[in-house]
Design a protein around this ligand. Structure first.
Ligand code: BGC
Ligand code: BGC
Length: 835
């Protein structure tokens, strides 16, 4: 199949039977679309195929500062040195612990917030920052008092904090092709962090995403090294300031982190934390492309990747961490580990890993494992298993970053410039930058008959579950780790896409009506349907194929109904990656890939509608930084591939006056998909291919309705001896990563009668009692049972080989309906294993 485009549109010359002959005859002579040629690797690739570019940081070693570090080091005890290497998470450490152990840093992971309340107001963050600072400050130091620093994942704005400006996720920023805008976004993010007293950002993510089945695809700017390399230094400068300028790492600036070094975006089959099979040259020239510019721009931290590269886990990869990053590229800042990432190095555990420090890691991210890790590391430092020179080098790098960030002079977080100015969080200026980013990130994929831009003085129906849902338009890493469990109230300054549309339409004298399911009383002039992926983060977002929402086609049904009624349809698609949406494209007259725009939903209306004078206000500027698949099985699909065959190529994106005839596309659904690999085992009545729900003798299983036809199973245990229902997968699942990330097994259930005897929920041969919970559950009401995966792991299940992810057993009588069964992130105590 051949793709062509021209100034006035594009068409497809197809040989496959499913495509009707095209409208090409009416088009001007075609020329190749998105004709950005595959470019060679970024400059300065050295002749030695294994060496990395000899870039030099614009933040040079300062002899006076090094002399001061020598003095500080000379007065430190070995305990104090080891303390600098350990980074606990605020969910598992207190200021009192910080006083006692003198940690170098702390973090708040995606699920952590002051007081365990993810929706804590900004003032609580600042107070906690002070509490840690003061506790550390009042510790009994042998020599100098070494300030503590606090890191968070402000990966699309300071998005942990309710009220902050939330920028489009990086995938959308990639589409803007606007490096200067990236720098501004870094500046705003740093300012908002400073308001809450936080010093350190675990951003930017420099993943070059090569397989969009990866759950973190949206954290990457692009599939192509070119975009990543052009943004890396800009984001670093935005966050930290310009090296050499008086305000470098000064007021309103934070320490940046280039992550995850290296190869996170290139794991086999897009499996999170998996194995990158690249050659040394591909690793450097594709996956590593963002690091030379980041190092040059003076990035002060680099985070090691969970993944494996050149056959070894990155946390233990001496060649890449020490020889390449600190050697060839002369990186003079610090290397921080990822969330218990050291525990995955062969021979290591979460609480002991000299191999990582010896490989070049400087700080262990040890959320809950800090105590054991502190003790073992101290013993290894004393015995020489961690050589004194390596320990001193790690501490030197940490002190260097703290000195450069002026932490020794800055004083308690609340006393710093900007701290506590909460009115600046989500200020109009900041939000204007985000709104510009939203506008520029939208990619127009289809615009039949010049439907866009719409006339605003019209009757507009706004449908879809993404229309008035700021959480859904923001994606993962938003207030909560997974970005779930949010309502619009959690975004006090934010605006939904619907609200932006309403504003634009009402101002022009039209009417906008919200109707999630697309039903209407009076036929509208046009319908905008906003739909897409629900939020996820990390491995929870890994998918077996790129098919959009295999088990719920309600958005498609809405589009089809509207179209059948003769209403022109505009799709606004929210997603963390390009997806196979051929049926949805067929049912839309215009189709906008909006990715995950964040809190400024108004930016969508800016480009959809004409102004009051009937003229377009803003044009579409976004160009795909990821290739769009033609089939759901095109996991790896990247510009420059030998048999590159996308639906929309890298670089594609229409402007308003480009009219496009997208022909009917094949709606043939993909085969299978890896069974249950996305952590959803049973949903809407469907089991993944090859899975079974097997009752033992005496149990009956019947299909009943909950949300849809026969989407639920009713299980009846007769009470004559031990009986069980087993959910089995055709191949054992490896859910060790999920278990490490504190995910849980979740079952949605409704007790009808019973239980009259003990009930247990099991996984692969081990089980957890749930009798009390089921006894206490209100009858005939839907409930969610949440069992931490750790419970099964602790009871001895091999989380790398789970063939039976759910067993429900009892010897009593029980009638229970079960709908969804999945792995999910939930705020439950990890050690409560008797429910
Ligand atoms: C993620 C990192 C993140 C860290 C702290 C890890 O699981 O991979 O990107 O910075 O957690 O939240
Ligand atoms: C994430 C953390 C998160 C945690 C939840 C990790 O993998 O990176 O930020 O809070 O899992 O347990």
């Amino acid at each position: 199949m051949i793709y062509f485009g021209s100034k006035s549109g594009w068409c497809v010359l197809a040989t496959a039977a499913f495509l009707a002959s095209t409208a090409c005859a009416t088009q001007p002579a075609p020329e190749p679309i998105a004709a950005l040629p595959a470019e060679p690797a970024p400059a300065a690739a050295p002749a030695d195929p294994n060496a990395w570019p000899a870039v030099r940081s614009r933040v040079a070693i300062d002899p006076a500062q090094e002399a001061r570090i020598d003095q500080i080091l000379a007065r430190m005890t070995v305990e104090e040195k080891v303390g600098q290497l350990i980074q606990p998470d605020i969910s598992a450490v207190t200021p009192e612990d910080a006083r006692k152990y003198k940690f170098g840093s702390i973090l708040a992971g995606g699920n952590s917030a002051p007081g365990g309340n993810e929706k804590s107001p900004p003032v609580d963050w600042l107070k906690l920052a002070d509490a840690f600072w003061n506790a550390n400050n009042s510790a009994a130091w042998a020599g100098d008092t070494i300030p503590i620093m606090w890191g968070v994942d402000a990966v699309h704005g300071h998005a942990n904090i309710p009220g902050a400006t939330i920028f489009p996720q990086n995938i959308g920023l990639g589409a803007t092709r606007n490096p200067e805008l990236i720098k501004k976004i870094g500046e705003v993010t740093a300012r908002e962090m400073a308001i809450t007293g936080i010093d350190w950002d675990f951003s930017p993510t420099l993943a070059v995403v090569r397989d969009d089945r990866w759950g973190r695809s949206y954290e990457g700017f692009s599939e192509d090294p070119e975009v990543v390399a052009s943004y890396a230094g800009k984001m670093v400068e935005g966050l930290q300031g310009e090296p050499g300028s008086p305000n470098f790492l000064g007021a309103g600036r934070v320490i940046a982190t280039a992550k995850h070094f290296v190869g996170d975006g290139g794991t086999d089959k897009g499996k999170d934390q998996g194995d990158n099979l690249s050659t040394p040259q591909q690793l450097r020239d594709i996956h590593g492309a963002g690091y030379p510019p980041a190092v040059e721009a003076g990035v002060q931290a680099v985070m090691a990747s969970y993944s494996r590269a050149l056959g070894q886990k990155m946390h233990g990869h001496k060649e890449l961490l020490t020889d390449r990053l600190k050697g060839d590229m002369a990186f003079n800042g610090l290397i921080v580990g990822d969330w218990n990432g050291h525990g995955q190095v062969p021979g290591c555990t979460n609480t002991s890993c000299p191999a990582a420090i010896n490989a070049g890691l400087d700080i262990f991210m040890a959320p809950d494992s800090w105590k054991g890790l502190y003790e073992s590391t101290l013993a290894q430092a004393k015995s020489g298993e961690i050589p004194a020179a390596r320990l001193d080098d790690a501490v030197r790098r940490i002190l260097r970053v703290k000195l450069r960030a002026h932490l020794f002079e800055k004083g308690a977080p609340s006393t710093r410039p900007l701290a506590g100015q909460f009115n600046l969080l989500g200020s109009p200026d900041h939000r204007a930058v985000a709104r510009q980013a939203v506008r520029e990130s939208l990619v127009l994929l289809k615009n039949q008959n010049h439907l866009l831009p719409l006339v605003a003085k019209a009757s507009v129906l706004v449908a879809g579950d993404g229309a008035d849902n700021i959480g859904k338009q923001s994606g993962g890493w938003t207030i909560t780790w997974q970005g779930t469990d949010l309502t619009n109230k959690d975004f006090p300054q934010g605006q939904s896409i619907y609200s932006g549309i309403k504003e634009a339409v009402t101002a022009a004298g039209g009417t906008a009506t919200l109707s999630v399911d697309g039903k209407y009383r009076r036929k509208p002039d046009v319908a905008i349907v906003v739909f897409g992926e629900n939020p996820y983060a990390e491995m929870v977002g890994d998918r077996p194929t790129l098919e959009f929402s295999p088990s719920d086609k309600s958005a498609l049904e809405t589009l089809k109904k509207l179209k059948a009624a003769g209403i022109p349809t505009v799709s606004v698609f929210l997603s963390g990656r390009p997806m196979w949406v051929n049926p949805e494209l067929n049912a839309s007259d215009a189709f906008v890939a909006a990715f995950l725009p964040g809190s400024e939903g108004g930016g969508v209306a800016d480009v959809l509608f004409r102004g009051p004078d009937g003229r377009a206000r803003f044009d579409f500027k976004g160009k795909l930084s990821f290739s769009w698949p033609k089939r759901a099985d095109q996991g790896p699909l990247n510009r420059g591939d030998a048999n590159y065959d996308p639906l929309f190529a890298y670089g594609y994106g229409l402007s308003q006056d480009e009219h496009s005839e997208v022909p009917q596309l094949s709606e043939e659904r993909p085969e299978g998909g890896a069974a249950g690999a996305d952590g959803v085992f049973f949903a809407r009545g469907a089991l993944p291919t090859g899975w079974t729900f097997a009752p033992s003798d005496g149990v009956t299983v019947r299909a009943i309705d909950r949300r849809g036809q026969e989407d639920t199973r009713l299980l009846t245990f007769s009470g004559t001896g031990e009986q069980a229902v087993r959910l089995t997968s055709p191949q054992p699942l490896d859910i060790s990563r999920e278990s490490n990330a504190e995910l849980s097994l979740q079952v949605e259930y409704r007790v009808q009668t019973g239980p009259t005897g003990p009930v247990a929920v099991g996984m692969e041969g081990v089980s957890v009692p749930v009798t009390q919970t089921l006894r206490g559950a209100p009858k005939n009401q839907w409930q969610t049972l949440t069992v931490p995966l750790r419970c099964f792991a602790r009871a001895g299940a091999d989380m790398a080989k789970i063939g039976t992810p759910l067993v429900l057993k009892t010897s009593g009588k029980l009638t229970i309906a079960v709908s969804d069964v999945r792995l999910a992130s939930a705020q439950v105590p990890q050690d409560r294993c008797s429910l």
